[in-house]
Design a protein. Structure first.
Lengths: 448, 590
């Protein structure tokens, strides 16, 4: 009447006086791998009582992840040198990720292959500065404007051996052009100089010209979503918005200081960010120009260029203070700052179309390639690597407000000059000046 | 469908109008050939009808969706999860959602709650797939389980389990202290007269056996099964599993009891000189030395839930200690007469103490309140709690095991066993139904069905791990070593919002700025056209908003008041119920 079970096969045994007993008895074969070629067996039990100190262990993991992130934060990838003067403008190729165009202050234009990190084509596009370069939406040709009052259209293909670099098309303008942008899907482009001109590619005179009591413009951008809208920065401290279909400008906002460039958010049609001379960037909703949505502060000198990531969540700004900074679109302060000892005033910056890289062109003739996420591992990740990265990212987010973790995550090695600027001296007595929020401070007027 | 078709077929009857949804431009234009016979149009109409219905109740139909074989699913949707299982994995209650104007915060909270809900459900579902069930012992009707002898149990169960009941006759160097490693594979024995042995108790493979030629008061495994600490007559020693002396730590003298905190890598020692000391075994540094000023410390245990050390004293108090504070966190008077032994359960909810007054008491350690008290005729000298909440108490040479000491009043022990000598060390083996008893005549391994956790977690403590897995585990565990500063009474404190500091910082900010940056923005009425922004209209709008704000304030205060009143009522009802109960003395009342 006693039944003996082999390894855990029978759950319990009835003994003499109807006694029922079951003792834990595990079959090792269920827990140990069969051969050395198998992977190890890891039985899981998610019972919280088997995992004490959940919060403190997660906190420790988050702390380690944050420290490791700072250890692996090596954003600088490559420097593309070859220009013989400062890099004045950059353009992404609309179809190919690995192609970059750059124009310099001596009128030379270079086409770069980013995977090989080398220059594949050089041409003397203009006499004097190249003020703007833009690739046509189809990717087969590109336009340049320069100080020599010309607009030139070039083919993307490199001319064969012995052939000369010849523009497809040259338009002689009446005044100097300072900026250029191409429409998203029409054969129309816009230039700015003493006025904003809309050009048809087929014609040699502008199809439309806008001016609103301003003598010069510094930049013009088409809206990538509402493709007929344009925004431009003028020298009278104003930002003017246009609709290409109308004959007069839409409206303008005048700020306390001049904006250098603006960039539209590629995901939110109404939003744009402008880089201002007063060291700040301002994100506006074009419907409500009375007050910017956000003021982005951190630069300690004039901001010269700004470009959105294709996700529309972040943008990068280039500044005269020899740094580039990355801002989340709705955060007042930058999440990242990149600088090197050799990088001088950064004139132009672009966020690559795959959202992973940042390109900056600076005064000392170099184009630099940076990672958008400084600690990101490049290349193909294995499944486990990706899982681990996602997990640590989530942990960092979860514990980001803990003082220890925030201190480490925010720490950057910066030249001393930055801290001086940031904590500058205040010259007014507290209370003597009425309190105005930062958003209200910088807008002078809105004109419709 | 067929019947409908026949209806529309007939010429005599009035044409039944099938109600159609209005035509939208996104629908395909219906091609209705009127010259064709009725069946066709009827079918088209029915089809369209069905399409409209489908659009209307997209998710409703999914429940009664017909299968390809025209059979409907009798159990639509995902399988339900039992509530108690969900409760087991529940971390905290849902947060009250912030008001509407905190849109972003609301989104964040909703999203995170969705994620944690999903995790909860998945964990609860996974619970069903766990391979092992807990052990149990049931006697005949009117037969007590405590009368069943160990031999009977060993005979009844399978051979491998039966082999887990054994006696080691070690008469020379006893009595013995016992310690199982964290995975439950290795056993460490320390005899009072210097005998030290560690072995894999399941295979009975001896790893080392030495005599330290000095009295041993306690032994403890460190984080792995290759190192253990021994409290000898004068100093604290660390040996490896081959019996080689690794360290002699002269900062720790006259140690009587030790506890190892596995997630903090701390070895806590209590000495005869009333010092409680913490040694960080990963760095080899002394973390804290606390003079408790309470005399000889020979009763000690740890709370596995929050790593607080409990010390029992000869004046009947139990004190709670963390390495961050020189004073005791809590002092509880538990017994009249000295405390003999203390044990805390795995979840950190209950503390069991036994004292010289021959009482066994259970405390709710979170509320610091006594729950039940039992009288044991002989008094318990050693206590130990198993992973599934069984309590073993040693009274002289008898080991008794109790079940559910905190939930129900216990009258009889669950199991009992008499060993040769008086018991000196007692510990349940983790993940096994085994109780190790060290006594004067050696060591006894007892079978206690239902003691151990049946399903272990392979990443935490895996009894079947290979050498490689052990190495990886060690690296991972060292990386996530919890700093001793984080030891506190509530281990989830770290995950909460620190409101006090926030408020203080906010006040400082307000002072320095001269205004409140988080203050609600003053309502500025929008400019409206067509004469609707006259001074009077603007004033009216302002007033409206002010009224709404005021109403909110009033509503909140009324709600609070109602809540308070309800609480008061409940309290009174409770009081009344208590007072209504008749006592024996009521009969003398007029």
């Amino acid at each position: 009447y006693a039944k003996l079970s082999t390894h855990g096969c029978i759950s319990y045994v009835v003994f003499r006086f109807q006694m029922k007993v079951k003792v834990l008895s595990r079959n090792p074969d269920d827990y140990v791998r069969e051969t050395k070629l198998d992977i190890q067996r890891v039985p899981r039990n998610y019972d919280p009582s088997l995992h004490p100190f959940e919060v403190s262990r997660e906190y420790t993991r988050a702390l380690n992840a944050t420290k490791l992130e700072r250890v692996f934060a090596k954003p600088f990838l490559a420097s593309l040198d070859g220009h013989r003067d400062g890099v004045n403008c950059l353009a992404k190729h609309t179809q190919s990720l690995s192609t970059l165009l750059s124009g310099s202050c001596d009128g030379e234009l270079k086409v770069w292959d980013l995977t090989k990190r080398e220059c594949v084509r050089t041409l003397q596009a203009h006499e004097g500065f190249i003020r703007g370069v833009v690739v046509r939406y189809c990717g087969t040709s590109f336009f340049t404007v320069g100080d020599d009052k010309t607009i030139k259209q070039w083919t993307m293909e490199t001319p064969g051996y012995g052939e000369e670099e010849e523009p497809l098309n040259t338009i002689l303008g009446k005044t100097v052009f300072t900026g250029l942008d191409h429409h998203q899907n029409k054969s129309v482009f816009a230039t700015c100089g003493q006025q904003v001109d809309i050009w048809d590619e087929q014609r040699s005179s502008p199809i439309r010209s806008f001016s609103w009591g301003v003598d010069s413009f510094s930049s013009i951008r088409f809206n990538p979503v509402e493709t007929d809208l344009l925004g431009s920065c003028a020298s009278d401290r104003s930002i003017i918005l246009y609709d290409m279909r109308e004959s007069t400008p839409l409206k303008k906002v005048v700020m306390t200081m001049r904006s250098n460039t603006l960039c539209w958010n590629p995901m939110e049609a109404f939003h744009f960010t402008c880089a201002n001379e007063d060291y700040n960037l301002y994100t506006y909703d074009m419907r409500f120009l009375e007050k910017p949505i956000k003021v982005h502060m951190d630069h300690v000198s004039a901001v010269l260029d700004v470009d959105y990531s294709p996700t529309g969540q972040e943008f990068v700004s280039a500044s005269f203070d020899k740094t580039i900074r990355i801002f989340p679109k709705n955060d007042g302060h930058s999440r990242e700052v990149y600088h090197t000892k050799r990088m001088q005033h950064v004139i132009c910056v672009k966020w690559s179309s795959d959202s992973k890289y940042i390109l900056s062109g600076s005064d000392e003739m170099n184009i630099r390639l940076w990672k958008a996420n400084a600690a990101e591992k490049l290349g193909v990740l294995s499944h486990r690597e990706r899982e681990a990265a996602n997990y640590s990212q989530k942990l960092k987010e979860k514990f980001q407000h803990h003082p220890q973790i925030r201190r480490i995550a925010r720490h950057r090695h910066l030249p001393k000059i930055f801290s001086f600027y940031r904590f500058g001296f205040s010259s007014t007595k507290p209370g003597s000046v009425p309190v105005l929020s930062e958003k209200e401070k910088h807008v002078v007027s809105v004109v419709k | 469908m067929k019947s409908k078709a026949t209806f529309t077929d007939s010429h005599v009857e009035k044409k039944i109008k099938v109600k159609r949804p209005s035509v939208r431009y996104w629908n395909e234009p219906q091609k209705e050939d009127k010259s064709r016979d009725g069946e066709n149009t009827g079918e088209a109409a029915v089809q369209q009808d069905r399409r409209a219905k489908k659009r209307k109740q997209k998710d409703e139909t999914s429940a009664e969706k017909k299968l390809f074989s025209e059979k409907s699913d009798p159990f639509p949707g995902s399988a339900p999860i039992p509530k108690d299982r969900l409760q087991k994995f529940k971390r905290k209650d849902k947060i009250t959602k912030p008001p509407r104007h905190y849109r972003k915060l609301k989104q964040v909270i909703t999203r995170s709650e969705e994620a944690s809900d999903l995790a909860l459900k998945q964990a609860a579902r996974f619970d069903l797939l766990l391979p092992e069930d807990a052990g149990f012992l049931e006697g005949d009707e009117d037969e007590d389980t405590c009368t069943i002898s160990q031999e009977d149990i060993a005979e009844a169960v399978d051979i491998t389990s039966g082999a887990k009941y054994f006696n080691l006759k070690l008469t020379q160097f006893g009595p013995y202290r016992v310690d199982y490693s964290k995975t439950g594979r290795q056993l460490l024995l320390g005899g009072r007269r210097g005998h030290l042995a560690c072995f894999d108790w399941q295979t009975k493979q001896l790893m080392c056996e030495i005599n330290v030629m000095e009295s041993i008061s306690d032994v403890k495994w460190l984080h792995t099964d290759s190192m253990f600490a021994v409290a000898q007559k004068q100093w604290l020693y660390v040996y490896d599993s081959n019996g080689i002396e690794l360290h002699c730590i002269r900062k720790f003298n006259d140690v009587l009891r030790m506890q190892f905190l596995p997630y903090h890598f701390l070895l806590a020692t209590a000495s005869a000189t009333s010092f409680l000391q913490y040694l960080d075994v990963s760095t080899g540094k002394e973390v804290a030395a606390i003079c408790t000023k309470t005399g000889r410390l020979d009763v000690m245990c740890q709370n596995p839930h929050n790593a607080i050390i409990h010390l029992g004293h000869s004046n009947g108090t139990v004190t709670l200690w963390s390495p961050n504070q020189k004073e005791a966190l809590v002092k509880m008077l538990c017994h009249q007469g000295g405390v003999r032994s203390v044990a805390v359960d795995k979840m950190g909810n209950y503390m069991v103490t036994s004292g010289m007054d021959k009482k066994l008491k259970v405390f709710d350690i979170r509320a610091l309140k006594p729950l039940t008290s039992y009288f044991l005729p002989a008094g318990a000298s050693c206590l130990s709690l198993s992973q599934r909440g069984l309590l073993s108490a040693a009274t002289g040479d008898v080991v008794q095991v109790y079940r559910d000491v905190w939930s129900t009043p216990v009258t009889k022990p669950y199991m009992a066993h008499r060993v040769r000598g008086s018991v000196w060390g007692l510990q349940f083996c983790p993940f096994e139904d085994v109780l190790g008893v060290g006594h004067g005549e050696g060591f006894t391994s007892m079978l206690v069905p239902g003691a151990g956790e049946p399903n272990f977690d392979g990443l935490d403590a895996n009894p079947y791990r290979s050498a490689k897995q052990r190495q990886e585990w060690e690296v991972k565990a060292l990386l996530e070593k919890i700093q001793p500063e984080l030891i506190s009474l509530d281990p989830t404190d770290l995950g909460r919002v620190d409101r006090a500091t926030f408020e203080q910082r906010h006040q400082e900010k307000v002072q320095s700025l001269g205004f409140d940056p988080h203050a609600k923005e003053k309502f500025v009425p929008k400019f409206k056209k067509k004469g609707r922004s006259s001074a009077g209209a603007v004033e009216r709008r302002k007033k409206q908003v002010a009224h709404v704000d005021q109403r909110d304030v009033i509503r909140k205060s009324v709600e609070d008041k109602v809540k308070m009143e309800e609480q008061q009522k409940r309290k009174e009802a409770k009081k009344a119920a208590l007072s209504r109960r008749k006592s024996a003395l009521d009969r003398f009342k007029k």
